[in-house]
Design a protein around this ligand. Structure first.
Ligand code: GKR
Ligand code: MG
Length: 441
């Protein structure tokens, strides 16, 4: 049905006709963090919406059985809605699921809320559809491209030997020499330096992030000092103990690393303690743990708990919400960068579109992508050049679904028996009795 307005033809909006939810398991190495150890597979969920005129939009979110079930429950609410009408989609989901509670976020470094995940999945797929309909990349729907390529940093992990998976693992054809380092153990400062050198050689990263919260802070700070020594002062470094340090520990080691790190990420838990540490240091503080939703912003502004918010469109409710966050950051003098968890190319493409659109990008984004070896997009793994990913130029997200690869990783999901991420259980397989502690040192 068409209506004429000022000689312009307004087309009746398409409708969502089908929703496909596919849980997948992607090979993930034994990486260590504050919550324990990564399982041999990381779970993701791929969502595909198809309109009544056959246009498909895709997205990828962290996977859990509970979120997959909520997505299944959302299906009947979303079928028949217009993918352009994101306000109605959002209102419908809020009316059904209610808003997320702060308690639901959990104590882990990753976010466990339901609504934000579901809305992110649906919103990104709708933006992919919109882009395909108007024949423009998603970045244009976010207001336009502010940069041609988006910089990422080398995400370094303490790890045990192995590459993950139980049935073998793939190779990234664009990352020469990385395979051996991806499998090597990294427990000492020298091994972390070797990991950083291999990752930077393979992907061209120009800044470094060390995932901490694993060993005594002395050992982790020594690794930072070794990185600084090996790479020189021109390479920015950050460390992220995922809130496991006490205020005293954070101030002590924060002072020691002053002038060496570009920011200190989540040294302590909660906005109040972050604010105390921030006041004691000249180094900026960043967070993906204490300010993680719009509801946290008033107290973030009041306490001045961080300088940099590490957004994540999967947790902030999508790409448009992340653009709103970018505006608020500009208004209140925060910088914005990006957090990551284990992910594949659909998430990476969405992060790149967002990263290209946000105004205030001073810090290279996080990505776990080098640690993954699988891919589910047509053409295989996305390429990093000089540590950057070029903004995809095709309509929508600019990446298509490789259905054979998707089916393969879905089989992995069925075979591996995992239903949610639980790093504590994985760690207990290696160190019986190991327990997560919200504050450790
Ligand atoms: O994958 O082990 C990990 C990380 O610790 C991740 O879960 C965190 O959410 O990357 C994250 C962070 O920056 O806190
Ligand atoms: Mg973090």
């Amino acid at each position: 049905m068409k209506a004429m307005t000022n000689n312009l033809t307004i087309r009746k909006g398409p409708r969502i006709r089908e929703i496909h939810i596919t849980p997948i398991a992607t090979v993930d190495p034994p990486l260590l963090n504050a919550a324990g150890l990564h399982a041999p597979y990381a779970l993701r969920t791929v969502v595909e919406l198809v309109t009544d005129d056959g246009i498909s939009g895709i997205s990828e979110i962290p996977g859990t059985l509970a979120i997959d079930r909520s997505l299944e429950a959302a299906k009947s609410l979303l079928i028949g809605l217009d993918p352009f009408d994101l306000n109605r989609i959002s209102d419908t989901l809020v009316a059904h699921f209610g808003t997320d509670s702060a308690a639901e976020r959990g104590l882990t470094p990753w976010d466990q809320r339901t609504l934000v995940h579901i809305f992110s999945a649906v919103e990104v797929a709708c933006l992919d559809i919109m882009g395909k309909i108007v024949n423009r990349p998603v970045v244009d729907l976010l207001g336009g491209k502010r940069r041609e390529a988006v910089p990422f940093s080398a995400y370094l992990f303490y790890k045990y030997e192995g590459a993950g998976g139980q049935l073998g693992f793939g190779t990234d054809p664009h990352a020469t020499g990385w395979d051996a380092a991806r499998q090597a153990s990294a427990l000492t400062p020298a091994e972390i330096v070797a990991q950083a050198q291999a990752m930077c050689a393979a992907f061209g990263f120009q800044s470094l992030k060390l995932k901490g919260g694993v060993f005594d802070p002395r050992q982790e700070v020594d690794a930072v000092l070794a990185l600084h020594e090996a790479f020189g002062p021109q390479v920015p470094i950050r460390i992220d103990p995922n809130a496991l340090w006490t205020v005293e520990t954070a101030i002590h080691y924060g002072k020691e690393m002053e002038g060496i790190i570009e920011y200190l990420e989540d040294p302590v838990r909660g906005q109040e303690d972050m604010a105390v540490v921030r006041r004691a240091l000249r180094t900026p503080l960043a967070t993906n743990m204490c300010t993680t939703s719009f509801a946290d912003l008033p107290s973030s502004i009041r306490t001045v708990s961080e300088d940099i918010i590490l957004s994540d469109h999967h947790f902030w409710g999508g790409l448009r919400a992340s653009m709103t966050l970018a505006d608020l950051c500009r208004t209140f003098g925060r910088d914005l960068s990006m957090h990551s968890n284990s992910h594949l190319g659909i998430s990476l493409a969405a992060m790149v579109h967002l990263g290209a659109a946000i105004p205030n990008l001073r810090y290279a984004l996080d990505t776990h992508y080098p640690w993954q070896s699988d891919e589910i997009i047509v053409g295989g793994r996305l390429r990093f050049e000089d540590g950057q990913v070029a903004v995809p130029t095709g309509p929508g997200l600019g990446v298509g679904l490789d259905r054979d690869a998707l089916a393969r990783l879905h089989q992995n999901y069925l075979a591996c028996g995992l239903t949610k991420r639980d790093d504590e259980i994985e760690m207990q397989k290696v160190q019986p009795g190991w327990k997560f502690q919200a504050t450790r040192w």
